[in-house]
Design a protein around this ligand. Sequence first.
Ligand code: TRP
Length: 356
Amino acid sequence: MTSLPHLTISRTNQHAPAELEPTSKEVVLTGDRPTGQLHLGHLAGSLRNRVELQERCDQTILIADLQALTDNASRSGDVSAHVLDLVADYLAVGIDPARTTIALQSDLPALAELTVLYLNLVTVARLERNPTVKAEIALRGFARDIPAGFLCYPISQAADITGFRGTLVPVGEDQLPMIEQSNEIVRRINRIAGEQILPESKALLSTSPRLPGADGRKASKSLGNVIPLSAPVEEIQSFVGAMYTDPAHARVADPGAVEGNVVFAYLDAFDPRVDEVSELKARYRRGGLGDATVKRRLVDVLENVIAPIRERRGALIEDNALLQHVLDDGTAHAAVVTSSVLAEVRGAFALARGRS
Ligand code: TRP
């Protein structure tokens, strides 16, 4: 395989997950739905953490294409088209396939079979009570027309986590109910098996606050308020130019608010010169610092972060064979692990092939 030149991303402001030792026996499992290119919010919230975690843990990143189908079944072409995009994003930010297993969910039939077995352990009432699912149902306006696969995706996600014997799941707070539900399944399986065949998992919450979109709302591709990791400099400029600051800060001399100011949220996440940023904040609060000046600085900071990623990604996206190879390799490795977990769970249910 082509070797991947190392890419350094700024490590300042990047907090090591606090409770982890330098080397750890934790099995880290994360997943992404292939619904588009990753953006700067992903870099701050999860990708930088993963680059760090691969140094000390056994880590798998699962490209959750089956989960993406649960609410995109009519656009399945879009989902599969984004799979290699994700692989390119991972490699471009410094995920090293020699340390991190990158695997494709739909090529791991053991996960689908685990899902089918777990379906027997969870009630519809429990699924409807899952706060994440509840919020998503409200958002999409589902009633009885909810796809069964969508309602059940927490079960499939439990299969993802347990299929790798995951013990540590780095997620945003919105995913905490998923881990709770997965652990309920783990306890039921272990009770049925009469021994502890699966470990429970813990959430690892990112220490950096969730980055807002340019307009201050939730960062989301569909709201058009994010930029991809490979954005050209002109796109960075217009992204920063459109950023919400403080509407009461009309003149340079006026005092301005730093809290809720998107420009400062991004400086906090990406500007390595932390002391200078605190000084800027103080000046902004006092009055005498204009938005244009702070925005100019942010454009430079973001260009420094994005330029090496853009360059790496540009080369990678031309090399489909390499991306496919990385994914095939990771998936083959993952198939061994997930099949062995499936055999144990089948055994717990006294299904023939599990016992042999
Ligand atoms: N639900 C996650 C998301 O929407 C993606 C995901 C799928 C996942 N399987 C996972 C996350 C397993 C953690 C563990 O972002």
